[in-house]
Design a protein around this ligand. Structure first.
Ligand code: TUI
Length: 314
């Protein structure tokens, strides 16, 4: 069985996290993943504290296993959501898109294990000093807000820079990717895109279909000019945004174009105005299946791949 320190630390069966995808990762999806033995993570995204509290309680009705909350640090509600996570005493908080230092004392005081996403060695060092329990090293193959480095390059460097367990994210959707991450030094994996196809993932059917039909070159990064690079499916909207971005559209107009685009993709499946966040690995997501099955399948595949790996050593 695929096991690591992170399983013991968090009390989970498989070292598999479900990424905290804004607008997508709700209490229902997180509960299904946690019930299946992984770590389900509720995404706060840009939502207010009350929404997050409701989703935590909903998840708790469906599972007694540990759950996490992801705090998107660019959110105007980050402060209140940070407080809600502490009050509800979720087992794990993950953070994204910034530096969570100012919340660490509150979370650690509530007995929460804090696992920040880092996209650089410097941030990995800083978070290690600040009391993180583990780190998620997320490469730029991932969907949504992306850093510069790839998973292949980032994970071993983060492992070398910290004594904490490292969870690899970005570009992982099956047991081969998970096994590779372990060989790079990771003690767990986080997947987002693969869980978009979970039966319990309530995205619009158009979104799910786009993921299941995706091919290898189907994503692109936009938003670099405004300082928030985001990977999404290469739709007409994404191409037009990119054209506007490099064609000199003023910042305010560009921001207006992006406003609400995540919600329009997730809830309405809007082809015209939706931004369908996706990792590069979407082409390897082939069918809808229960979240618990995804967790088990990836862990078991990784175990088989790791067993076979010894064949290369003569
Ligand atoms: O956060 C993500 N992925 C996301 S967030 C999101 S919603 C969004 N809304 C508006 C603008 C942009 C995004 C959709 N997808 N992944 C985790 C992640 N964190 N990737 C990279 C980082 C990161 C980057 C810089 C973490 C820390 C960091 O530190 C910089 C600093 O010094 O503050």
């Amino acid at each position: 069985m695929l096991k690591s320190k992170i399983c013991e630390m968090l009390g989970i069966r498989y070292p598999v996290f479900q990424g905290g995808m804004a607008w997508i990762a709700d209490g229902k999806l997180a509960a299904a993943v946690s019930q299946g033995g992984g770590l389900g993570i509720i995404a706060a995204g840009n939502a207010p504290g009350q929404y997050v509290r409701e989703q935590i309680r909903l998840a708790r009705e469906e599972t007694e296993n540990p759950i996490g909350v992801n705090i998107m640090l660019l959110s105007p509600y980050a402060d209140e959501v940070a407080q809600v996570a502490a009050e509800e005493k979720v087992q794990v908080v993950t953070t994204g898109a910034g530096n969570p230092s100012k919340y660490m004392e509150t979370w650690l005081g509530a007995g929460i294990k804090v696992i920040p996403v880092v996209a650089s060695v410097a941030m990995a060092r800083l978070m290690t000093r600040c009391g993180a329990a583990a780190l998620i090293a997320e490469g730029g193959e991932s969907g949504g807000h992306v850093g510069e480095l790839t998973t292949m390059v980032l994970v071993p460097q983060v492992c070398d820079a910290t004594s904490l367990p490292v969870i690899a994210a970005g570009g992982i959707a099956d047991g081969r990717g998970a096994a590779a991450a372990f060989l790079l030094g990771a003690q767990g994996v986080q997947m987002g895109t693969r869980f978009l196809s979970a039966r319990e993932c309530s995205i619009h059917p158009v979104y799910k279909e786009k993921i299941l039909k995706a091919t290898d070159l189907c994503t692109m990064v936009t938003g670099k000019r405004l300082g928030h690079p985001v990977r999404s499916l290469r739709t007409r909207f994404a191409r037009e945004y990119s054209k506007a971005e490099y064609g000199g559209m003023p910042d305010e107009e560009l921001e207006a174009l992006a406003t609400g685009a995540l919600r329009l993709a997730v809830q309405e499946g809007s082809e015209e105005k939706g931004c369908f966040l996706s990792g590069q690995i979407a082409a390897m997501v082939k069918k809808e299946q229960p979240a618990a099955e995804i967790v088990k399948e990836v862990a078991e595949e990784a175990e088989a791949v790791l067993r076979e790996a010894l064949q290369w050593v003569k």
